[in-house]
Design a protein around this ligand. Structure first.
Ligand SMILES: [Fe+2]
Length: 257
């Protein structure tokens, strides 16, 4: 199956692997789990680890020179590579992000018509790097500033760490169900899918000589955003993720969709 595809140097390779990955999912079981967990789902080895390490990890390692390091005392420390850099220098991730088969799967799963984020959103398809001791992010929601809902899909790329874990607290705001805490290791190819307004989550601090890299993809139901929310979102992205120049240069140069 994937073995043949892995040796063919075409950009269709990831797209084909995604088609196959979606086709082999047990949709009914995953759909049940997603809703039982308040719109949260883990799919171990969505993409085969060997494929991820051969095809995607080198692209993630290759853009480390474009890393924007950020530090918000008490909340966040780490590095990010924005969608703009991914489009320019690590385009294989787009074969997953823009896959129609994948988007249809996510839409069926979430009962929502999901769409790509506007091109001027640096989170659309971005890379997060935990490379220095103590890199982490505190508990937060992936709040939607769009007029509709926002969904986050994470996929592990590098996980050479025993300390750096994705911690999720399910049902945090549910008045009936007790909350449930999960600590996840995201190995290369493992995928996590959730509704950004519903999952309270964090990443615990990286230890010395460790490294963790994750792909993050964002989809929305309505790509419109009010002017003030756009400004707030851009400021937040500038300071917390990608840097002022990257965010505003792009925000000002692209027409809004
Ligand atoms: Fe998040």
């Amino acid at each position: 199956m994937m073995g043949g595809a892995m040796t063919t140097q075409t950009l269709d390779t990831i797209a084909e692997a995604v088609d196959q990955a979606v086709a082999r999912l047990d949709f009914d079981r995953l759909h049940r789990e997603y809703w039982e967990q308040n719109e949260f789902l883990v799919i171990p080895q969505f993409l085969d680890r060997a494929m991820v390490e051969e095809w995607l990890v080198p692209q993630a390692q290759g853009v480390k020179g474009d890393l924007n390091r950020n530090y918000i005392p008490g909340h966040k420390k780490g590095g990010s590579v924005s969608y703009y850099t991914v489009m320019e220098k690590a385009p294989r991730f787009l074969d997953l992000y823009r896959s129609q088969v994948f988007i249809e799967f996510l839409s069926r799963l979430s009962h929502a018509k999901l769409r790509l984020c506007p091109d001027n959103d640096p989170h659309s398809c971005a890379l997060y790097y935990y490379t220095e001791p103590g890199d982490h992010i505190g508990f937060h929601y992936d709040t939607s500033y769009y007029k509709g809902s926002r969904y986050t899909i994470l996929m592990g790329l590098v996980d050479q760490s025993t300390h750096c874990k994705l911690v999720c607290e399910l049902f945090k705001d549910d008045p009936v169900r007790p909350s449930k805490r999960l600590e996840l290791i995201t190995q290369p190819g493992d995928m996590v899918i959730f509704n950004g307004d519903k999952l309270w989550h964090a990443v615990t601090p990286l230890g010395p000589n460790e490294e963790r890299i994750a792909l993050t993809m964002e989809y929305v139901t309505n790509p419109d955003m009010g002017t003030f929310k756009r400004l707030y979102s851009n400021l937040k992205d500038s300071f917390a993720y990608f840097g002022l120049r990257a965010v505003f240069k792009r925000a000002l140069s692209l027409p809004r969709r």
